[in-house]
Design a protein around this ligand. Structure first.
Ligand SMILES: [Zn+2]
Length: 403
């Protein structure tokens, strides 16, 4: 029986048929009499007839037609477990797909949205999500977190912002090690329990980075007593960008300008990456919309803070930025200044070591990329499995049909 999955081409001569529906069907016979392993204990057992009904598995396409493998599996008589149906070596227990198909589906899923994958594989999304969840949770369950010392956590929304998940990253290995439902202090506690269950040690966590939420702060303080809590550039900038956007909207209303007279997208482009035309346009808009222009310049000042080379320099630049925000006469910017002040220590922790810069850099873009690919999954399990698949550097045990 073991040879059968690789031997499917051999069987073509014997039992291939293309039906009216453009499908390929492969019928597999099992040699009579040969002993087969018990599905429970693996002991080679005597045969005891066949299962009542033939079973069908979906296999990878043949000559561009969906291919199905048919077999009536033999039963075995085990001394310990009684009469059992022998498992087909080309599929895992209770799956309606062959291992080869599942391996191919995993390759496709890691590369495209689920709706597209379902179309290409001619298979429904629910079945694909089930395959994804099986192989991902198997790999995640087997992971060893004993070497984790730096973590970064980030919230991410799904189901159009109705639900939130927290992704936790091993910052040194740059991979997602946990995805938890929610974004509360309890979420951090759930992660810490999982860490300890996988041979990790909460007291060994030296750095923990997150955004400016008090839930994460209290969770980190509670679970990781030796960790320096870092709030990185991405989150500081985001706080100010959100405040600037409030200023922009209010000023557009105030001046009775069109809704998107100042393009939000344009203002989001980092100064270093602007084309000449873009920076000219921003300068021109800043004159027409002076409040937005001022808020824009405050956002740019974050880069000055992060160019600081020493702790002293960072402290001075932080103070300057904070004072500017406080005296801005723009309420959203003033509020952002208050938030920054509240997290001053965590923001300055970034400058304590060059190591932390390397850790924080790029982590958020990694999460964003994973999140983009996870779009289209409607359940927490599907969404989190996709995040693991894209950003978890998993050792998947499924077959790779292209190897
Ligand atoms: Zn047995």
């Amino acid at each position: 029986m073991e040879t059968l999955i690789k031997g499917i081409p051999e069987l073509f001569g014997k039992s291939i048929g293309i039906t009216k529906n453009d499908e390929v069907h492969v019928y597999v016979d099992v040699r009579d009499g040969e002993k087969l392993p018990c599905p429970e204990c693996g002991e080679l057992c005597k045969r005891a007839g066949y299962e009542n009904k033939e079973r069908v598995w979906r296999h990878g396409d043949c000559v561009f037609f969906p291919c199905y493998v048919h077999c009536r599996r033999p039963r075995v008589n085990c001394g310990k477990h009684g009469t059992k149906v022998a498992e087909a070596p080309w599929a895992r227990k209770s799956s309606r797909f062959t291992l080869m198909f599942e391996g191919y589906a995993m390759l496709i899923l890691s590369d495209m949205p689920i709706s597209k994958a379902a179309k290409l594989l001619r298979c429904n999304e629910k079945a694909l999500t089930k395959i994804l969840r099986h192989w991902v949770s198997k790999a995640v369950a087997e992971s060893d977190l004993s070497n984790v010392t730096s973590i970064a956590m980030d919230e991410t929304s799904f189901k159009k912002g109705q639900s939130y998940v927290t992704a936790v990253i091993d910052a040194a290995e740059r991979k997602v090690i946990d995805v938890e439902e929610g974004r509360k202090a309890q979420t951090v506690i759930d992660f810490s329990l999982m860490l300890e269950a996988k041979r990790g040690d909460c007291t060994k966590i030296e750095y923990a980075s997150s955004d400016m939420s008090s839930a994460y702060k209290s969770g980190i303080d509670f679970c990781f007593p030796n960790a320096k809590h870092i709030i990185d550039k991405f989150h500081v900038k985001k706080e100010l960008l959100d405040a600037m956007d409030e200023v922009r909207k209010a000023e557009q209303r105030e001046l009775k300008a069109k809704k998107n007279a100042v393009s939000r997208k344009l203002l989001m482009i980092p100064q270093a990456r602007q084309t000449e035309a873009q920076s000219l346009k921003i300068a021109e808009l800043s004159k027409q919309f002076p409040k937005t222009g001022r808020a824009y310049r405050m956002v740019q000042a974050v880069d000055i803070l992060y160019a600081s080379r020493t702790m002293d320099e960072a402290e001075i630049n932080f103070k300057k930025l904070h004072q500017w925000l406080k005296k801005s006469r723009l309420d959203p910017m003033k509020r952002a200044g208050d938030t920054l002040k509240k997290y001053k220590n965590e923001i300055l922790n970034y400058f304590r070591s060059h190591l932390t810069n390397a850790i924080c850099e790029g982590i958020n873009s990694m999460i964003q990329a994973a999140k983009r690919k996870a779009r289209g999954y409607h359940t927490f399990e599907g969404f989190s499995s996709m995040i693991y698949l894209v950003a978890g550097k998993l050792k998947l045990a499924c077959l790779n049909p292209l190897r």
